[in-house]
Every structure is written in structure tokens, then in C-alpha cells.
Design a protein around this ligand. Sequence first.
Ligand code: 4NP
Length: 153
Amino acid sequence: MKILMVCLGNICRSPLAEGILREKVKDLNVETDSAGTSAYHVDEAPDTRSIQIGRKHNINISDLRGRQFVVEDFDHFDLIYVMDQNNYHKVILMARNEEDKSKVRYILNEIEPKSNAEVPDPYYGGDNGFENVYKMLDAATDKIVEKIKNGQL
Ligand code: 4NP
């Protein structure tokens, strides 16, 4: 199973999602990665506020680096989890066929099915936004791991 997390900058939400999932699946045969729909922060480390919130919860994401989503990601990954509607539409626009499209899911639909709810972009907000994002991603990745273990993904 190969899972890609996607947001806009690949420095706040998706590296945190990747890091939390990476920790939870370390004894399972799951590959994790993350990417941004923009090229704003390519090769950059995650935002210090995401690193801090991860550290607070014993998740180290300081090794991760930003990269942009590419069409080949549809070939490599089984599932592509997006954080919000903007990411969803950008990724869907790059899909070449229905199979590509079927891999793309809103991450919060794992905990609120069919809601298409968004993980809010914390970039311009205060530190509280990062804790809020952490809680959402922790809950969603719990569900993802549960589904992997039950063979539902
Ligand atoms: P992310 O947050 O998509 O969660 O990584 C953002 C990071 C940077 C920008 C926007 C969102 N930016 O406009 O530079």
C-alpha cells in the first residue's frame, strides 16, 4: 500500500499528515509520502510550527522536504489524500482517466464520510491552527490505519 498526502505548499498540513501516518504504520507494509499542488516551497523543510506541533506529539517531520505533485504520482500511489477542495480540484484536473480519479480522496471523509470537509490551511493563522490540524489528522490517520488492518483500503 502506497499513500500520498497532498496540500498546497507541502510545508504545513501534508508533511504533518505524512509524519503522523508514517509513525503509525512503521510495522506495516505501507509507503508514505507527501506533495504540494504548488511549487512555492520545493526542497524546503516543513514550517517550523508544523515541526513543533509534531515534536509535541513525538512525531519527527524535520527530515521531510517539499515537492510538487506530479502526474506520475497517479502511477506510483494507491491512494492520494487531499486536505481541501482546492487541492482536490487541482489533482483531479491532472488525472488522465477514471482510475487516476478514483485514487483521490478527501482525508477528512475517513472520519466524516462524504462530507468533503476541509483541513483548514493554518499557514496565515496562529499556532492554535496547527494544534487543530494535528487533531484532525491524528483522527483521520487512525481511521486509515484501522482500514488498512481490516483490509478495507
Ligand atoms: P500547506 O500550507 O498547504 O498546508 O503547506 C501552506 C503553505 C504555504 C502557502 C500556503 C499554504 N503559501 O501560500 O506559501
